[in-house]
Structure formats: C-alpha cells, structure tokens
Design a protein around this ligand. Structure first.
Ligand code: ATP
Ligand code: MG
Length: 213
C-alpha cells in the first residue's frame, strides 16, 4: 500500500466521528507517527503529508489552530478562490486543490500537485536561483514597474525574484490581473514559503490567506 493511501485509510479509521473543529496539530503529528516513512510539513493552519517516493501529489488537511468556534477550513476557501480566479482567467498560476473525501464529522482530506522547489528554500547560490535573479529580475522590469505591480496586490512584501519569473512566464498583463485578484480576495500571505516552482515554472501553492474570513 502506498504511504499516501495509508494516510487516507488511517484518517478514515480514526477520525470519522471527530467534529472537524476538534482536529488539532497534535492529531496530524499522530498521523505522521502512525505511517512509516511519511513526511509531514505544516504551516499555521494546514498539514501536508508527503511521500518521498511519490513525485506527483501530496495530501493536505486543515487543522484547528484556534478556539473551536474560530475553526476555518482554509483548503475549502482555497477551492473557492481558485474558482474566483478562474472567473477572471488568472487561475493558471495557482496549484489547484481537490477534495479526496469528507468524513462524517466534517474533516476533509485534499490532494495537491507536489512542487519541485519552494521559493523560500531555494539556495541563493544555486544555478537556478542565480538564473532567475540575473536573467528575469533584470530583464522583466525596471524596479518602478515591479513596485507598481506589487502595490496592485494585497501582499506588498512579495518576493521580487519570484515575481520577475512569474512576469516572464505569464506576462505582465496576466500578473496585473492576478495581483488585483489577490487584493479583491484579501490573499494576504504570499510569503516565499507559499510560492513555488513545478519544474521551472512559478506557481502559488498556498493562496488561502490567513485570518481573512
Ligand atoms: N504542493 C506541495 N508540495 C510539497 N509540499 C507542500 C505542498 N504544499 C504545501 N507543502 C508543504 O507544507 C507546508 C504547509 O502547507 P501550506 O503552506 O499550504 O500550509 P499553511 O498552514 O496554509 O501555511 P501558512 O503558514 O503559510 O499559512 C508548506 O510550507 C510546505 O512545506
Ligand atoms: Mg503556507
């Protein structure tokens, strides 16, 4: 049985009755301990189960990081944001999420394409990073144009090297539409840990925002 399938089966067997709002960080740690070889990464609100042998997908699940009445499934809002982006033809830059199943208590497990690199962990001396910085950052824009684009969005600390590679890949007009989309939907945490590459193509893998509902 693949490690991801084992994660799914374990969740079904152990958390079916649990109200989603009571699913917490300790639970995702328990899941990781129960499945040999599975890696678990997490942010403020979600856990990601990664099978080192599966190149294609990861599983994601929202946990409750706050009071029970504040529980929010950021994966579910991400799916809504994706639909909203699609309505404005700027979804190509987003890594889509899809539900795998929802348990009786409301916990939903989701699946997402695995990234190749996360921007924030790129080695600054690597060939790839130096290529992005020297080719795309200098080529795509002068700094004023880049800043103007940044200020159309919600998150004004977005990394310029990632943004330059996105402009190169998707075009300036597309990126203007995308930045406006982030503003309208208060997508307020496009930090470098949420920006990634599949192969050499830049994507956003976490566009749920934080405390924005
Ligand atoms: N598609 C993916 N492929 C590989 N690893 C991933 C993927 N998505 C997420 N991860 C890993 O899981 C971590 C948590 O995922 P994610 O950023 O979606 O959670 P979050 O709780 O919303 O994060 P934040 O703290 O930014 O709000 C990421 O920082 C990353 O290490
Ligand atoms: Mg994140």
């Amino acid at each position: 049985m693949s490690k991801l399938l084992a994660v799914a089966k374990y969740i079904q067997a152990n958390y079916n009755e649990l109200p989603a709002a009571r699913f917490v960080y300790a639970d995702v740690c328990d899941i990781q301990k129960a499945i040999p070889g599975i890696k678990m990464a997490h942010g403020a609100t979600r856990a990601c189960f990664i099978d080192p042998d599966n190149e294609k997908y990861v599983y994601k699940i929202s946990y409750n990081d706050s009071a029970p009445n504040r529980y929010h499934d950021y994966c579910a809002s991400e799916i809504q944001f994706y639909a909203e982006a699609k309505a404005h033809r700027c979804e190509r830059i987003l890594l889509p999420l899809e539900p795998v199943f929802t348990l009786d208590g409301g916990i939903t497990l989701y699946k997402q394409m695995k990234y190749t690199y996360v921007h924030g962990e790129l080695n600054k001396n690597s060939k790839f990073y130096r290529f992005l910085k020297t080719q795309y950052l200098s080529e795509s824009t002068n700094r004023t144009v880049l800043q103007r684009l940044i200020y159309q969005g919600q998150y004004t600390s977005i990394d310029e090297v990632w943004l330059a590679s996105a402009i190169h890949t998707y075009g300036y007009k597309f990126m203007t539409e995308f930045m406006k989309f982030t503003k309208r939907n208060c997508i307020n945490d496009l930090h470098s840990g949420n920006l990634c590459y599949v192969g050499r193509q830049p994507y956003v893998m976490d566009y749920a925002g934080y405390c924005n509902f």
